[in-house]
Design a protein around this ligand. Structure first.
Ligand SMILES: [Mg+2]
Length: 163
């Protein structure tokens, strides 16, 4: 009689059957007999089962750790890429608005510190002492600080190259 199972249950049954068949084949090749023909005195079945349980637990912990590390590195890489893309987008917007900017370093510092000040305002947005400002988007302000720093770095690179 064919049992009608939920798809997930059927996948578990099929997966286990495939593993059991593969294990039987491996056992037959290794011991030259099936488990049906094994001699009880040659084996401590309870101990073997406990050993397999111990390994099972270790494998599960190891796999969970592997997946967590893979997820962490994927998320970190993804967030870094997204933020850097936004910095690049901001640099493009700055160039479109101001053209190629070349300033002396004290003037650059003024621009950079002004942007840092907006980060500070955005961070204090929900504090009671918050001063009204349009610097309300912390992420956007941080990207602007990074983009100004990149613009300065471009000029430093250019100066180094022409020395
Ligand atoms: Mg800003």
């Amino acid at each position: 009689m064919k049992v009608k199972r939920p798809k997930i249950s059927q996948a578990v049954v099929d997966g286990f059957a495939a593993i059991i068949d593969a294990q039987d084949k491996k056992g037959l090749e290794k011991y030259d007999r099936s488990i049906d023909d094994a001699v009880d005195e040659d084996y401590d079945w309870k101990l073997m089962a406990l050993e397999e349980m111990a390994d099972y637990s270790k494998y599960l912990v190891r796999e969970i750790r592997r997946l967590r590390n893979a997820l962490d590195s994927f998320l970190n890489r993804d967030l870094t890429s997204l933020a850097l893309l936004d910095v690049n987008q901001e640099r493009i917007a700055q160039n479109a608005k101001w053209g190629l900017q070349r300033h002396d370093y004290p003037f650059w510092l003024t621009i950079l510190v002004e942007e840092v000040g907006e980060v500070s305002q955005a961070m204090q947005k929900d504090c009671t002492s918050y001063k009204n400002s349009d610097a309300s988007d912390l992420y956007k302000e941080l990207i602007q600080v990074a983009a100004v720093a990149v613009a300065i770095a471009e000029q430093v690179k250019e100066n180094d190259a022409t020395l």
